[in-house]
Design a protein around this ligand. Structure first.
Ligand SMILES: *[C@@H]1O[C@H](CO)[C@@H](O)[C@H](O)[C@H]1NC(C)=O
Ligand SMILES: *[C@@H]1O[C@H](CO)[C@@H](O)[C@H](O)[C@H]1NC(C)=O
Ligand SMILES: *[C@@H]1O[C@H](CO)[C@@H](O)[C@H](O)[C@H]1NC(C)=O
Length: 244
């Protein structure tokens, strides 16, 4: 009997789940079609992690106001039709570098606001075309975050509420995140080129100075020798003449 039960379960799964990659909805979520666009609504459902069985034709995924703490690698890789991911108001601290791997170019909005994110790997966001909301997170402002900001499209409406909670440079603490795009915040490249330039100039300068010094010394010696020679000429002649 258990065998029969198992077989009927397997048959049920094969018949109804596999053809459309299990159209069933994740347990705590509601799945609806807004004029052909599948929306998966899992807002405020006490979720501690992102459900694995999200239907693959999902376009709108609402996971806001849960207790999600991490976005692991390839979480959304089966979801090629995603246009919006709302992960706002969770407890996300950790986002893996390949977290959004496989998310299609069609993604228009990624909402990560209201989480516990201090740092995010650059690779996680660079290939996304989506508008990204990063406000209300305890951002730690440092050079890698500046690099992230150069690469992403920040949502203009929330940009003013996105601030540095902590910072490698104290005067940026509490300031809008966009202020760290200032070249004074992290002009690493500029600094190194400046140093290289300075070293090169200094070397040239030293070379020129040494050459001048050498030249002058050498000439001095020559002129001295020459003068001595000139001086010696009459002085050697004169005694000779006086002797003779
Ligand atoms: C939503 O529409 C798709 C086709 O566009 C269909 O396959 C799916 O069963 C529909 N889902 C619901 C919950 O109505
Ligand atoms: C996530 O993927 C990246 C690159 O693909 C890899 O370096 C990293 O170790 C992965 N992280 C985890 C937790 O598997
Ligand atoms: C952000 O703040 C600046 C001044 O602090 C203001 O000029 C700008 O319009 C604000 N942007 C938005 C989108 O609210």
């Amino acid at each position: 009997w258990p065998m029969l039960w198992f077989c009927s379960q397997a048959l049920f799964f094969l018949l109804f789940c596999v053809p459309s990659y299990c159209t069933s909805c994740p347990e705590q979520c509601q799945c609806t079609n807004y004029s052909e666009a599948t929306a998966v609504l899992c807002s405020a459902s006490n979720l501690q992690e992102i459900p694995r069985d999200i239907p693959k034709d999902t376009m709108f995924l609402k996971l806001d106001a849960n207790k999600i703490t991490a976005v692991p690698n390839s979480t959304f890789r089966h979801l090629a039709h995603l246009q919006e991911i709302d992960l706002s108001k969770n407890a996300i601290e950790k986002i893996d570098s390949a977290a959004f791997k496989g998310v299609a170019d069609g993604l228009r909005l990624l909402d990560l606001s209201g989480n516990h994110i201090q740092r995010i790997p650059k690779e996680a966001l660079v290939n996304l075309n989506a508008m990204i909301r990063l406000s209300n997170n305890p951002w730690h402002c440092e050079c890698t975050l500046q690099e992230v900001l150069w690469e992403v499209k920040l949502d203009p409406d929330s940009v003013n509420e996105t601030t540095c909670q902590t910072s490698v440079q104290e005067e940026y603490t509490g300031k809008p995140l966009l202020h760290i795009l200032d070249s004074r915040f992290c002009n690493m490249h500029q600094k190194t080129t400046d140093v290289a330039m300075f070293v090169t100039m200094f070397s040239w300068f030293t070379l020129v100075i040494s050459y001048v010094v050498y030249y002058v010394r050498h000439n001095q010696e020559d002129t001295r020798k020459h003068l001595e020679y000139l001086k010696s000429l009459p002085s050697t002649r004169v005694p000779k003449e006086t002797i003779s």
